[in-house]
Design a protein around this ligand. Structure first.
Ligand code: ATP
Ligand code: MG
Length: 544
């Protein structure tokens, strides 16, 4: 293989192993536990693992780490696949750790035969109590000296369902005085009666993560097992299992720092709690940091990948500012989202001197390479946003005011004539005259006006509901339960959009002029559902 320059410590390790001939083809894996939906932290891991596949022209497997039956579900298995595909990655093989239960069992039997594992009758509490501390060694279990024959018989009986849950475990026989607590005779199999989503009730013993994971990697010929930093102290055990079960120097475990992000939470346990308690509409709620939530929100997968590339890999835990992710979202949409006109809270605008309907071609996106346009229609009755007319203007107000002028985006300059209010003093309509030849290119186009506002044609606009979201969590670092942002969802059910928006598809993304970026919701256009989620605002405050 040609020499490939490393840009981070993971690639340095890989290059080392290639140079020394330990690895020929680089094979990584993404190993989610199917106990929740993937989130933006998983995207970092996906980008690293699939990034190695791409960079080294190797492989990357999708492997479900489904060795803990009680929390797993097929719903999660399916959502994980959908989200990986959405991000734009293709796995080589789709594998399940549970497919290796027989081989893992054989490996455990092999360890027993070598005198390297024993059945222990301690309960979980007793094991914990005798494990020792950072400064004190642990105590040896009274069952540590069981003979190979007895251990083989007991382990088989564990498998055959002779013992109640929690009454017996299989432990690796390593060193109760090891300075690394993970090496103090860790549990490698436990008795657990739980129906597994793939193997059903075939097994009533299940392997522990630290035993299962290196074996899964080794069975698949994974060369580099990339995981998060909390497994650094488990690496000696990873290597112990690998070597004592008869494998070589590879797979090699390499750790990197987890991604944390401000204003949200990444733990699946907490995210599940939000779902179960109904604090959000589900795992795909647009406020969730899940990939499916981000998809509903309208985040482009390209922007998520750019973000992951930018944060890179590191060994130090840190919290990334959510504004950075939003920066890449905006950066992408600025080039890729067409501009449309929408009013959130409409008031009528009568163009008193307009006699004929008109139509214009408006540029879709001034920042796009192709100079495509779409049709916008104009008539005597329009809608503008309530915020764009002020009967008594506050200081520095630049939009329509009594006695003033304003330009309609892509159309005429208007001159105020009058306005009407209801009995509570709320404006219901504004009447203006348009100035002849004031459309861009016309002889009066140069007349000075302070503001440009968006508008829609009352004759053909469509009724929309807009959804805006705040961050899931308030700033700070207290308990997340006390930091949930109250009312983080606001709906605007009376919005109106230009007619083009009747023709778009679910997940299409736009910049609604002067408002922000929006994405058509799932099922858009079906059964009269014309709704948009706000992706993000227009203003970029990252790095300020
Ligand atoms: P949790 O503890 O919330 O269940 P997990 O780490 O157990 O999360 P898995 O589904 O087991 O989640 O993780 C699959 C892969 O994604 C693992 O390799 C894990 O290290 C990685 N991963 C999970 N969370 C993050 C994160 N916040 N940043 C980077 N990688 C992550
Ligand atoms: Mg996990």
């Amino acid at each position: 293989m040609e020499e490939i320059k490393s840009t981070n410590f993971i690639e340095e390790f890989i290059n080392e192993d290639l140079a020394e001939g330990k690895a020929k083809e680089i094979i990584t894996r993404f190993p989610p536990e199917p106990n929740g939906y993937l989130h933006i932290g998983h995207a970092k891991s996906l980008c690293i693992n699939f990034g190695m596949k791409e960079k080294y022209h190797g492989k990357c497997n999708l492997r479900y780490d489904d060795t803990n039956p009680s929390k797993e579900d097929i719903e999660y298995v399916n959502s994980i696949k959908e989200d990986i595909k959405w991000l734009g990655f293709e796995w080589d093989e789709e594998l399940y750790a549970s497919d290796y239960f027989d081989r893992m069992y054989e490996c455990a039997v092999g360890l027993i035969k070598k005198g390297l594992a024993y059945v222990c009758d301690y309960t979980a509490e007793q094991i914990k109590a005798t494990r020792g501390t950072l400064t004190q060694p642990g105590e040896e279990s009274p069952w540590r000296g069981r003979s190979v024959e007895e251990n083989l018989r007991l382990f088989e009986e564990m498998k055959d369902g002779k013992y109640a849950d929690g009454t017996k475990v299989l432990r690796a026989k390593i060193d109760m005085a090891s300075p690394n607590i993970n090496m103090r005779d860790p549990v490698i199999y436990r008795v657990l009666r739980a129906t597994h989503h793939r193997t059903g009730d075939k097994w009533c013993i299940y392997p522990m993560y630290d035993f299962a994971h290196p074996l899964e990697d080794a069975f698949e010929g994974i060369t580099h097992s990339i995981c998060t930093l909390e497994f650094e102290d488990h690496r000696p055990l990873y290597d112990w299992v690998k070597i004592n079960c008869g494998f070589g120097e590879l797979p090699r475990q390499i750790e990197f720092a987890r991604l944390g992000m401000t204003r949200t939470i990444m733990s699946k346990r907490y995210l599940k709690k939000l779902v179960d308690e109904g604090k959000v509409s589900g795992w795909s709620d647009p406020r969730m940091p899940t990939l499916s939530g981000m998809r509903e929100r309208g985040y482009p997968p390209e922007a998520i990948r750019r973000f992951c590339q930018e944060i890179g890999v590191s060994k130090s835990q840190s919290e990334v500012d959510v504004l950075m992710l939003e920066h890449f979202v905006r950066d992408y949409l600025n080039i890729n989202a067409d501009r449309m006109m929408v009013v959130k809270d409409p008031i009528k605008l009568i163009v008193a001197n307009a006699t004929a309907d008109e139509e214009y071609q408006i540029e879709n996106n001034p920042n796009a390479e192709d100079k495509s346009t779409h049709k916008v229609t104009f008539s005597r009755e329009l809608y503008i946003d309530r915020d764009d007319f002020a009967p008594v203007p506050p200081p520095k107000y630049k939009r329509l005011v009594p006695g003033g002028k304003v330009r309609l985006k892509g159309s005429y300059i208007l001159e105020y004539v009058s306005h009407e209010c209801d009995k509570d003093g709320n404006v219901v309509s504004v009447t203006c005259n348009y100035i002849h030849d004031s459309i861009s290119g016309g002889v009066n186009a140069g007349i000075k006006v302070k503001g440009v506002i968006q508008w829609v044609n009352a004759k053909d606009c469509i009724d929309l509901t807009l959804h805006e979201y705040d961050y899931l969590l308030l700033d700070g670092d207290g308990d997340f339960n006390d930091r949930l942002t109250p009312n983080s969802h606001t709906a605007y059910p009376n919005a109106k959009g230009e007619s083009f928006l009747a023709t778009v598809k679910e997940y299409d993304r736009f910049q609604f002029m002067r408002m922000g970026y929006f994405s058509a919701v799932k099922g858009y256009g079906k059964d009269g559902k014309y709704e948009f989620n706000q992706i993000t605002g227009l203003k970029d405050s990252y790095g300020k």
